[in-house]
Write a protein that binds this ligand. Sequence first.
Ligand code: NAP
Ligand code: F7E
Length: 334
Amino acid sequence: MGITGQDGYYLSRLLLQKGYEVHGIVRRSSVMNRVRIDQLKQEIPEHANRLTMHYGDLTDNASILNRVLELEPDEIYNLAAQSHVRVSFDMPMYTQQVNADGALNVLEAARMLNRRKTVKVYQASTSEMFGGLPGTVPQSEATLFHPRSPYGCAKVAAFHHTVHYRESHDLFSANGILFNHESPLRGENFVTRKITLAATRIAEGLQSVLKLGNTKAQRDWGYAGDYVEAMWLILQHDTPEDIVIATGVMRSIEDFLDAAFGAMELNWQDYVQIDPDYFRPTEVHQLCGDPTKARDLLGWRPKTSFEELVRIMLEHDRELARREKWIGEMATKS
Ligand code: NAP
Ligand code: F7E
């Protein structure tokens, strides 16, 4: 579930490389929403025959139940969500339906299948459950939840359902509590990607202003490619465990701006405008994870540094900007 998203791409790539047969649930939409998956098929054509898509929607219980019972998977990764925190304030009910009720649909389907054969379920839980109030860092598995958005509230519900199914139905269901992880495939309206797209477009003369909200917020940013490995390790562990996945280092949006604009030899203060439209009714100020359990139990450590992450994202987005510029120049010539 959630195969068409950022993590869906990286997890599918990892599983295919490990020899898995991968089945993904995709929503019907009027334009094709499979850009990342199409890219993956082009990148590893030798594995593409083990990747299959099925229509379904997390809020449509029958579609999830039918797919799970038909396909009889060994492992289910529920990555599907309305994943934008700011948007969740505009669509609280919808966010709850997808992120909480949808997760329950997955667990119910797994419970049914578990009567026939053992199945393991990974639930994409999040640092947003902690709420990031000052004085609560670093956050670990022992930190109390204090969600500050409809997104966070829905994810707390899904977290508890996942624990409950493990305890009451003997299902192997586990939560990965992942802190922010980014990549060149990050959605364009998340702050890191918004910044790398803007910095590279400004460097190519395609943009002059970047409007942002609260640049003082602090996050623990890692690389999505590293984090999906942790998802897989969580399901390979002997017992189902809820585990924080993070780098343990916290930086502000302004630090990210320094790194990205600095690499383009630009000063972000010359381009960034603060736009209150991007403020959230309640902000999550500080998120910084304590990944000790992940290290001790799974042997997992992040491999990609912050500097490397910013570099990878900029390299990708600079190429996009150059292509856009070239197309613009061709259009004016013709
Ligand atoms: P993403 O890029 O927004 O991808 C979300 C995926 O969920 C997409 O494939 C989307 O499909 C699918 N989806 C949304 N609503 C659905 C529905 N009703 N039925 C079926 N599929 C639906 O998110 P991501 O960054 O890959 O994150 C993956 C998961 O981890 C999410 O659950 C997110 O909440 C959680 N998480 C993310 C982070 C992070 O920093 N990235 C951190 C902690 C937790 P479409 O392509 O059709 O929209
Ligand atoms: O915001 C601030 C904003 O939207 C990060 C999701 O993957 O990670 C993600 O949620 C910070 C916030 O990510 C803009 O106020 C400033 O403090 O990139 P973001 P997020 O809200 O942390 C968690 C772990 C998830 O689980 C979620 O699914 O940046 N910020 N100016 C801005 N944020 C955005 N989006 N846009 C701005 O213009």
